[in-house]
Design a protein around this ligand. Structure first.
Ligand SMILES: Cc1cc2nc3c(=O)[nH]c(=O)nc-3n(C[C@H](O)[C@H](O)[C@H](O)COP(=O)(O)O)c2cc1C
Ligand code: SF4
Length: 415
């Protein structure tokens, strides 16, 4: 069984309410090191181990920070996306809970690299229980001079503010999140302008996921190259995965990239309850794709999962056992999107609803071959013409189900 502590190595090692306790285990050493480095050296280091953003889009972190640094503009902003609304995804929560100071340190480093003066943490409403400790960490960091003006005597100013969402999945999308921070309705907007040029309050903004940010202080202090020694190819390092569904021990686990899916489900998550058969596994939350149990021996890497028809995405892994039919699972997934679509654009608002109606007809045994054909067409139109990532990816699960379980859709789905 592979179990590694790189990103999670501070867990349980310090009192998360005390900056002194954090500093006693080496806290803020990475920041001290960072401010004595050229920002380019830091982005090069991140790029050398090919860190991809952990929020779902898998965008290169080193490249994102370099681009954000190059953007011209005053008062740049770093946003930490702690919305974590993707279903079956709860790995950012463990970082917020167990290592809040590392996140604060990471954001200050990001601010230094990008040339930002302010950082915002946008945390989902349901994580209100972590508000006090995050606010306390911000306050203590300020008292110690790690936040504020002229940080560590380097003439660099940076402050952090915490915002809470109000429970909308779509507010994890960058432009919707920013509108929410600005006090507007949390609905996505068209791009361009891109966030990096005109984000929160029209200021250049660099948006990153909690896990993406949290890697950086550890990476800066990784003199032994532990991170680089894990995984390989385009999937270097470690990854937090959250395993949910019909497993014996659901939870968040840190794995080296390359760990076979079987080990994650059977060794780390304790296997399927009552040794039932696996019906399907969904990777990357509701907007992710599904596979059957033939994926068990696939190594968990960006490349291998993609080749197997799924994706890392948000890092969620949902195991559904034989008691649930593929169709019922799809109906449930589709209901989520019908609920969470912000309704602003037609393909997503109407498309999600219509797909749900056809899936329900399939369950009743009244769907025709024409309905199935129409469902495919709607899904295609949605992916091509929706305004934001929600509508573009909402039918990922359905389309992958059509490939993996074609029999479900035969004869008008009357099975
Ligand atoms: C509907 C929707 C919801 C999203 N929710 C989240 C989220 O909860 N957390 C997150 O980090 N990224 C989320 N994203 C992705 C963000 O838009 C963005 O790509 C990410 O925060 C960038 O950070 P990264 O580069 O570190 O991955 C969501 C995207 C969409 C389209
Ligand atoms: S794709 Fe869906 S969630 Fe995104 S803007 Fe359009 S209606 Fe709203």
């Amino acid at each position: 069984m592979r179990d590694i502590k790189f990103l999670t190595k501070n867990f349980g090692k310090y009192d998360t309410n005390s900056i002194g306790s954090y500093m006693s285990i080496g806290g803020f050493e990475a920041l001290k090191k960072a401010v004595n480095m050229d920002p380019q050296e830091i982005t090069d280091l991140i790029a050398s181990v090919k860190v991809k953003g952990r929020g779902g889009a898998e965008y290169d972190l080193g490249r994102k920070w370099s681009q954000a640094r190059e953007v011209r503009g005053e008062n740049k902003i770093i946003i930490c996306n702690a919305d974590e609304g993707e279903t079956t995804t709860f790995k950012d929560r463990v970082l917020l809970k167990n290592d809040p100071f590392n996140l604060i340190e990471a954001m200050i480093i990001a601010g230094y690299v990008v040339g930002a003066t302010e950082g915002f943490i946008y945390m989902r409403a349901e994580y209100f229980c972590y508000r006090a400790s995050i606010l306390s960490a911000i306050r203590q960091a300020k008292n110690y001079g790690f936040l504020g003006t002229n940080i560590l005597g380097k003439g660099f100013d940076f402050n952090i503010r915490l915002y809470s969402g109000a429970g909308a999945y779509v507010c994890g999308e960058g432009t919707a999140l920013i509108r929410s921070i600005e006090g507007k309705a949390g609905r996505p907007r068209m791009k361009p302008p891109f966030i990096k040029q005109s984000g929160a309050f029209a200021r250049p903004t660099c948006l990153n996921n909690v896990e993406s940010l949290s890697i950086v202080p550890h990476l800066l202090m990784d003199t032994e190259g532990v991170y680089a020694s894990c995984g390989g190819g385009g999937s270097i390092g470690t990854k937090l995965v959250s395993v949910a569904g019909n497993v014996n021990c659901p939870g968040t686990f840190e794995i080296p990239f390359g760990t076979p899916v079987r080990e994650i489900i059977y060794d780390l998550a304790g296997g399927v309850q009552k040794d039932r058969k696996i019906r399907l596994i969904q990777f990357g939350g509701a907007s992710g794709k599904i596979a059957d149990d033939s994926i068990l021996d696939t190594p968990y890497t960006y490349e291998d999962l993609r080749a197997a028809g799924v994706m890392v995405g948000s890092g969620g892994i949902l195991v559904i056992d034989e008691r649930t039919s593929v169709l019922d699972f799809l109906r449930m997934n589709q209901e989520f999107f019908s609920e969470e679509s912000c309704g602003q654009c037609t393909p997503c608002r109407e498309g999600n609803l219509h797909i749900k109606i056809i899936l329900d007809k399939m369950a009743e045994g009244t769907a025709t071959a024409e309905d199935i054909h129409m469902m495919k067409k709607i899904a295609k139109v949605m992916s091509m013409s929706s305004l934001c990532g929600l509508g573009e990816t909402a039918q990922n699960t359905l389309m992958s189900a059509m490939k993996v379980f074609p029999e479900v859709f035969e004869a008008g789905g009357a099975k």
